[in-house]
Write a protein that binds this ligand. Structure first.
Ligand code: GDG
Length: 482
């Protein structure tokens, strides 16, 4: 049953289904399996809810306008994809969301050189157009019965939607949730003032503004203090703005352990496990699993491993590092260059210290979820060292599937560190030497402590069940009389 029985309407850039075409020309549907899809599907299915997302490709656009029925465990919900003119979508998606907001909130710019904001005005126009279209679609869908729908608006792509929807439906129940970190007020000042203010005011159109971790909520509150006309209560996490009260809440997203275990026991993951074991032999296994993404800090992870091998030569030939990178945003030059650098760095380390019978790092660059699950089962050490990360689901998935009392090395700047940090080895992700030392500490840890920490990680994940995330957001709104 849904948390409150009210119809849930979700808005996000990427939807739970996408379309492609077979060689024969036949249109095929792919069901997404990301964290958001898993966390939201149950709540939506229980209310016969609706998910509105952008048509992200030509094939998606060919299906726009049609209502797609998604089956979720025997129950269902509907999906509607919104079509956009490609130049508007590009400005919104790559121009603003991927290249400005993602970089800003993860502190990815090399600030002496970037950003330069070329083409900003045009991209911002696209962002406005797409956000307006989402608000319009949400209004249409939520009109009947009036006041009944609960709107859950997702992420930095749709920061303007809460205020735009509020203009149309002043009494609507609206929550906005950021899956990624939120920059502090100094970082926010990189943005031109009108854009900074529009983004903050846009999010403040919601009744509840949600984040994955306390640090991001606090940054948002501090940012709101720079917006004229707001009154911010940092302690109670309340912003008064335009005669309304907005609550800022922390709701860490979770994972579905049962679903993961099922997938990890299926043949594709079993086959991948056999393959990894054959390559590994009797060595110990260090693993990382990420999108090939700048914020994941892949380069410093490799450098830390190199430092570890230099400082601990007794481990040469006794450990291998499996880096599973799922290609991401490879159409952006920053991502292509970063991925290339990771490949070259791994090659350099392999040729420096590798031997005919030992490959120190294996970098796999492909979309291969079963292999990631197999690696989770087998690691001795899991390295999760993002520079900043909203949550990081890998840090939760790994310990749930691991069969070796593996040790988690976790960046203190990942949202997950709030829940898992005390059972992990915490690292400052910028400190390569400290990360190298953490690898040594993890490998040398005694079995009793490994077991205790692995158990701690598993129970921390179990304490936050997957369905709690949607429920908590709906309850927030109810508590505010929405
Ligand atoms: C954003 C925020 C936040 C792994 N290999 C493949 C693959 N995976 C799956 C993992 C995991 C997911 O990808 C990665 O999730 P993360 O949370 O680590 O990272 P982001 O993609 O950056 O997610 C993040 C999250 O949103 C949810 O709110 O935690 O902070 O950045 O589930 O198992 N998936 C596929 N192929 C692979 O090869 N399809």
């Amino acid at each position: 049953m849904s948390p409150v029985g009210r119809r849930i309407v979700v808005a996000s850039n990427r939807g739970p289904v996408s379309f492609g075409r077979e060689a024969s020309g036949r249109v095929v549907t792919t069901r997404g399996a990301g964290g958001l899809v898993t966390a939201v599907s149950d709540g939506l299915a229980a209310t016969g809810g609706l998910w509105i997302a952008a048509a992200m490709s030509e094939d998606d656009r060919s299906q726009a306008g049609r209502t797609i029925q998604v089956d979720a465990g025997g129950r269902g919900y509907q999906v509607r994809l919104l079509p956009f003119d490609p130049p508007d979508y590009e400005g919104y998606y790559d121009g603003i969301s991927n290249r400005i907001l993602w970089f800003l909130h993860h502190a990815l710019w090399d600030v002496p050189r970037a950003p330069t904001f070329e083409g900003l005005a045009e991209a911002w126009q696209g962002y406005l157009t797409v956000n307006e279209a989402f608000a319009r679609a949400l209004e249409e869908e939520g009109r009947s019965p009036p006041g009944e729908a609960v709107y859950l608006v997702q992420d930095y792509h749709l920061a303007l939607v809460p205020a735009l929807l509020r203009e149309r439906l002043p009494r609507a129940a609206i929550a906005h949730f950021s899956h990624i970190p939120f920059a502090g007020p100094t970082g926010l000042r990189i943005l031109p003032q009108p854009i900074r203010e529009a983004l903050l005011a846009g999010m403040l159109g919601a009744d509840v503004v949600g984040f994955q971790a306390p640090a991001w909520a606090e940054n948002f509150l501090l940012g709101c203090r720079t917006l004229q006309g707001t009154r911010v209560d940092l302690r109670r996490r309340v912003v008064r703005w335009g005669g309304r009260v907005v609550r800022v809440r922390v709701h860490p997203i979770s994972i579905d352990p049962a679903g993961l275990r099922e997938e990890a026991a299926a043949e594709p993951a079993e086959a991948a496990a056999r393959d990894i074991l054959e390559w590994l032999g009797d060595r110990r296994l260090l693993v990382r699993v990420d999108r090939a993404e700048l914020s994941k800090n892949i380069l410093r992870g490799f450098l830390a491993y190199e430092r570890f091998l230099e400082g601990n030569p007794e481990w040469l030939g006794r450990i291998s590092f499996l880096a599973l990178l799922n290609p991401s945003r490879q159409h952006l030059p920053e991502y292509r260059a970063y991925t290339q650098e990771a490949i070259e760095l791994a090659d350099r380390i392999n040729s420096r210290v590798g031997r005919a019978d030992w490959e120190p790092i294996r970098l796999s660059l492909m979309d291969d979820h079963p292999r990631a699950l197999a690696a989770y089962r087998l690691y001795d050490v899991l390295l999760v060292n993002p520079v900043f990360d909203g949550m990081n689901l890998v840090a939760k998935e790994g310990p749930v599937l691991n069969e070796r009392d593996g040790v988690l090395i976790l960046s203190e700047n990942a949202g997950a560190s709030a829940e898992l940090g005390r059972h992990a080895i915490a690292v400052n992700p910028f400190d390569v030497e400290a990360t190298g030392r953490a690898i040594a500490t993890a490998l040398e840890m005694g079995p009793a402590e490994r077991r205790r920490r692995a158990r701690g990680l598993r129970s921390a994940v179990a304490r936050n069940p997957i369905d709690a995330w949607v429920r908590a957001q709906v309850e927030d709104l109810e508590r505010m009389g929405r």
